[in-house]
Design a binder for this molecule. Structure first.
Ligand code: UN1
Length: 497
């Protein structure tokens, strides 16, 4: 019998009001049922928001270092349970153990960083133009935070949002991706064990349309933090407009790695393999375009194919596996459709381009690592986010053309350039339109204490990570304290000695 899981509302584990459920299976082995989860609806969101609103009244008054102590405890619990959680995550969403361990570690790092902010949460004091007057800007919580997260980083991304939200004094209604409800449940159990009071974090499982949109539209939810596709992000932005809530959107990417003629090619090769095929390419930071200088084009492709041929695809629980499955059937079909589109557009399919079958592959969603060469920058496969193990290789004649091609996309999340020329590296830092630029490192691998986010249609101006996330999860209150005992008028009264 499969394990049955529940929502967590107002400190209690409860079923969806409708009693409906959905099933979650291991993408590497469909026979393995992860669990049965509540298929919630707007009526469950209603309860969760009510609980979060009520809990906010007391949680906002808990001193930030005390709130932070709870987050520190949660991070401690993640440390203790790291291996077990990583294994469960691989079972639930497929990526290899090496990566799910990294995913839990990202949550741990985020937890300790956020806990430290409990004793800081800096804002500033400044001068006043009038005598005997004190001026400062302080940080207060925003209120009830709606947190909507994807399946590809089922631990890291929820912690990026929930940990700072809580330290800042907000309460949370959390809707995780329906492909990774188990990992989300584990995180909420840990928060409960760490001592988060009832109603402060509420977990509502279910679909984006039923649960996600009910959170987005709810007048009593003050902000939305979303990571997912640009298409859904646009809908959220529109739907949130009616209540004018604050919205942070972290969306798609079409990230490129440039390799110039002077680069360390072995290093660049390791970089692109990790960037393109890590998490089977299912990252918003994945390398999906490789921009090669014509001088090293043939040589680099030869080196690349040699290595990709040897990539071991399989169940991520096997330590020797290098690439796991695709998350589900719909995503696998989408990837394959893009491969068909690439062929029709005239790109040359060099390797892969098919679903893997036979043996253990027949019970999971496995796709061969795929490379297209002779890709024109305007082709759809070079423009649209595929979210799979498909790399498009584009040839350029110069550094300037490489930057132009890299920027020729509606997205702007991560980017990378391999060169030993310091002048070109600094020009790239200045001219690449992306939220993140790596020099001599792949497009994946963001660290939690630095800002994370993108420009153009990747984001809407906010950053997660580091201290920047606290800008999103706090409201600035400007305070003037006049201790002159008289009416002083700014801009009107002139100071006299
Ligand atoms: C994502 O792909 O949604 O930099 C997040 C990275 C990870 C985070 C990726 N630390 O690839």
């Amino acid at each position: 019998m499969a394990e049955v899981f529940k929502n967590y509302i107002n400190g209690k584990w409860v079923d969806a009001k409708s009693g409906k459920t959905f099933e979650n299976r291991n993408p590497a082995n469909w026979d393995d049922i992860i669990g049965i989860f509540p298929k919630s609806g707007p009526e469950d969101v209603e309860e969760a928001v009510k609980a979060a609103r009520k809990a906010y009244q007391s949680w906002r008054l808990v001193p930030p270092p005390k709130r932070a102590d709870i987050i520190k405890k949660a991070a401690d619990l993640l440390v203790q349970r790291k291996e077990e959680i990583a294994r469960e995550m691989t079972r639930e969403m497929g990526k290899i153990l090496l990566e799910t361990r990294g995913d839990v570690q990202e949550g741990i790092d985020t937890g300790y960083y956020a806990a430290g902010e409990g004793r800081r949460l800096f804002s500033y004091t400044t001068t006043s133009e009038l005598p005997n007057k004190f001026a400062m800007a302080i940080r207060l919580p925003v209120g009830v935070a709606g947190v909507i997260t994807p399946w590809n980083f089922p631990m890291a991304i929820p912690t990026w949002k929930i940990f700072p939200a809580l330290v800042a004094g907000n309460t949370v209604v959390f809707k995780p991706a329906s492909d990774t409800p188990k990992t989300a449940t584990t995180l909420v159990q840990i928060l409960e064990e760490a001592g988060v009071p009832e109603g402060v974090v509420n977990l509502v499982h279910g679909g984006g349309n039923e649960v996600g949109m009910a959170i987005v539209r709810h007048p009593d939810v003050d902000l939305i933090s979303f990571t997912g596709s640009t298409a859904v992000g646009k809908v959220i932005s529109r739907e949130a407009a009616d209540t004018l809530k604050r919205v942070s959107l972290e969306m798609g990417g079409k990230n490129a790695q440039i390799v110039l003629e002077d680069a360390n090619l072995e290093l660049a090769l390791d970089g692109v393999l990790w960037g393109a095929f890590g998490t089977a390419g299912q990252r918003c930071t994945a390398t999906s375009r490789l921009i090669l200088h014509e001088v090293i084009y043939d040589q680099f492709i030869e080196m690349l194919v040699e290595r990709v041929k040897k990539l071991k695809v399989g169940n991520g629980l096997d330590e020797s596996t290098e690439m796991g499955p695709i998350i589900n059937e719909a995503q696998l079909n989408k990837i394959h459709q893009y491969v068909e589109i690439g062929k029709q557009e005239g790109a040359k399919l060099l390797i892969g381009g098919y679903r893997l079958t036979g043996g253990e592959y027949d019970k999971g969603w496995f796709y061969a690592p795929t490379i297209f060469v002779d890709v024109h920058p305007k082709m759809r496969i070079a423009q649209e986010e595929i979210f799979g193990p498909v790399l498009c290789v584009i040839k350029v004649k110069s550094f300037e053309e490489a930057i132009e091609v890299l920027n020729d996309t509606v997205y702007g999340l991560s980017s990378s350039i391999y060169t030993r020329d310091v002048n070109k590296a600094f020009k790239a830092i200045r001219d690449i339109q992306a939220g993140i630029t790596y020099i001599n490192a792949p497009t994946i691998g963001a660290e939690t204490h630095l800002p994370f986010g993108g420009v153009k249609q990747t984001g809407n101006g906010h950053r997660e990570g580091g201290w920047t996330v606290f800008d999103f999860f706090t409201e600035i209150k400007t305070v003037y304290v006049d201790y002159s005992d008289k009416l002083q008028r700014a801009q009107i009264d002139t100071y006299k000695e």
